[in-house]
Design a protein around this ligand. Sequence first.
Ligand code: SF4
Ligand code: SF4
Ligand code: SF4
Length: 185
Amino acid sequence: MIDQINAILPQTQCRQCGFQGCRPYAEAIATGVADINQCPPGGDEGISELARLLNLNPKPLNPVFGQHKPKSVAFIIEQDCIGCVKCIVACPVDAIVGAAKFMHTVIASECTGCELCIAPCPVDCIIMKPLPVQQSYDAVQKYAITRHAKSRYDARCLRKEKEALEKVERAKQKRAELLKSLHKT
Ligand code: SF4
Ligand code: SF4
Ligand code: SF4
């Protein structure tokens, strides 16, 4: 059931629902901790799909969690960027490229519009721009878009896990080398 609920959610991982991402919200719905009307990016359509799946009556979005908005993507005002990398760290789908002390830019086609990069930017040089054409998608296209966002998010989570393990391994090796050098002296 959690997987079925998660498959309906937009996979922007924006946390507007009050949970740390789409899957935690899906878990909360499945266990009765959260209501079905807490996801602004999912739109009324998403709430209706959840209601159908769970055999409930649809209801309007709870405004406490935000509002439905037109689809937007992040845009970096490049001349103001100081290359602090904070936006890259915040982006759940690796849609920002750049390097420390160099200008950053958003890969617009990969940006889900989650807005998570905006708050961490110390110089406020990230803005959201609504897409010039608000396309509507059929169920198959929508599913493909959310799967793509999810696969990028999953890949990022895996990479982060790997990096954390490598860090622990490096610390262990350093400790072992230090102990070895202490034994020699
Ligand atoms: S897309 Fe919806 S379910 Fe996913 S984190 Fe955002 S508000 Fe929560
Ligand atoms: S670039 Fe910003 S708005 Fe776009 S997906 Fe990444 S964090 Fe979200
Ligand atoms: S957070 Fe802002 S200043 Fe820092 S790299 Fe990103 S866009 Fe540039």
